[in-house]
Design a protein around this ligand. Sequence first.
Ligand SMILES: O=C(O)C1=C[C@@H](OP(=O)(O)O)[C@@H](O)[C@H](O)C1
Ligand SMILES: C=C(OP(=O)(O)O)C(=O)O
Length: 671
Amino acid sequence: MYKIPFLDLPPLRGAAGTVVLPGSKSISNRVLLLAGLSDGVTRVHDLLASDDTRVMLAALQELGCKLDRQADGVLAVTGIGGRPRTEAAKLFLGNAGTAMRPLTAALALLAATQGGSFELSGVPRMHERPIGDLVDALRGLGCDIACLGQEGYPPLRLSGPARLTLDAPVRVRGDVSSQFLTALLLALPLVATNDVVIEVTGELISKPYVHITLELLAHFGVQVRRDDDWQRFVIPAGSRYRSPGEVHIEGDASSASYFVALGAIAAADAPVRIEGVGSASVQGDVRFLEAAQAMGARVEIGANWLEVRRGAWPLRALDLDCNHIPDAAMTLAVMALYADGPTTLRNIASWRVKETDRIAAMAAELRKLDAEVEEGPDWLRVHPLKAWRPASIHTYDDHRVAMCFSLAAFNGLQDDRRGAAVPVRILDPQCVAKTFPDYFETLFGVVRAEIEDIPVITIDGPTASGKGTLTDEVAKALGYHVLDSGALYRVTGLAASRAGIDLDDGEAVAALVPTLELRFQDGQALLDGEDVSADLRLEATGLMASQVGAHPAVRRALHQLQLDFRQLPGLVADGRDMGTAIFPAAPLKVFLTASAATRAERRHKQLISKGLSANIEGLRADLEARDARDKGRSASPLQAAADAIELDNSAQTIEQSRDLVLSWWRDRRPF
Ligand SMILES: O=C(O)C1=C[C@@H](OP(=O)(O)O)[C@@H](O)[C@H](O)C1
Ligand SMILES: C=C(OP(=O)(O)O)C(=O)O
């Protein structure tokens, strides 16, 4: 996950490959609750790991469920059989509607029948998301519920015991959120000593989510009867949850929408294959496919997979009632930018009470790209865009805003002129943690950019100038990859010396390079599978690097290897000739220096902290000798690129240097 203030997406040009979807949020949290309320153990396969499921799991644990993560990745949930092990709990439910609403109903009923006091709260936005219709329905049954902030909104206190009246139909409004009905359906089997009737008042929205609820209840042994117009539901007397033992969670169909759109927009040759949902899915959001097809996508569908490629281009404009796909429909709003006319999304009033006011948010952010957008109380119209503005997209702590705006990075496909494409900045990218923590990593795995569109920052400088630390810090702040080119020379020197090759024989050392089995992973350097990170840090290895690096043949042999590090979303390259020889067109080049005295002092501290003895004067003499050799060699001598900015960090902290480099980078960005 990118835990950074913003993530810049360079212009993207194509998509192909396979995506394995994370588990469905709606199914995961329903299954967890049902497993938690059942007797016995339920083994849950492919559970979604995200903020929304984490808060549900923490709540269940607090209530006495046992959670056991097994070696095969399966989560074994031992349920409480409808009897909480605690009488009082304070549960924090983040911004998960699928935790807040069903737990409110379940705990209100459990407190009423068994006593207890439970407080449910969430993030500030959760306290602005309505729950009054559910609270009214539960109070109508006799539950004791206090709204601790504003009436009709969380936080809530659910207390008991209280006398329940279950012989009259339970009435609940269905036109603000279907989760209120879902919550009652999931919880009322706890107390269904007689047939319990639920009547929905107002038109029920988001019906496919209630369908998921009914399917999962059936899977847990509760057969709810519903009438044809989704207004009346009956939970039969004596209903009891019975764990099915094993449950497999499908991939998330709403998360699939971004990759379906990706296929429709950018899979001009090979398809984007999406694994985890298909024709056998219980999730209503698979019907997003129909909308994507209407816009031009070519889709092949299997029971548990989809393959999507571009059909009509530009996409075809659409006018659609989106009530059945409220979450996935946000993706259509960005697809609309690539259409042949205005696209209208209707019947989406519920967008206003979700993670943010999504109608207002989509309109505001689409306009930043320069799109013409019209909006009404329950609709949104988006006009296609020809000339895009680079934009910094505010994401309102809404995972879906972040995910769907990543699709705006394909703007260069609308126009074959090179250079017409603009990058897109996604602010607070980690908000995707709600349902899809690795969204951007997954995206980068299946999209393609022109190599020259992938940004590179070069940081060159002499030994012990702090290049490595500065590079890591800058890369961390931007979410970019790191090329430690010095490590490549060190590995080459180390491998050559281990192989008994004369380090002065440039051709022989160069011939070794293509045979190196080298991987950099989680801060480790692996040579033929062996972690050689510690050897690489030795002074002796540094000297070998300097020796082999003096040969033009070795530098040539390592050239392509270094270029290959330029991958999405960007690269910070640390070395001696990054700005001069390897990435001469890099938009920001830094030449980092520090006085020999400062560098000797830093190296001295480093060695002492590792328990190694060292002599400052000797270190300084070594550094100066190495500088002279690096500057004087004929192959790529150590020198600043003509357009590099010199940074003497002798008197700076690492944070100061980092912030300075980041400010230079900011000046070069179009946002
Ligand atoms: O029950 C569910 O799992 C959900 C129902 C929908 O909410 P509304 O019924 O409020 O539209 C949907 O937007 C949400 O992401 C998940
Ligand atoms: C509306 C959403 O979430 P929640 O389950 O919190 O309602 C969503 O995921 O788009």
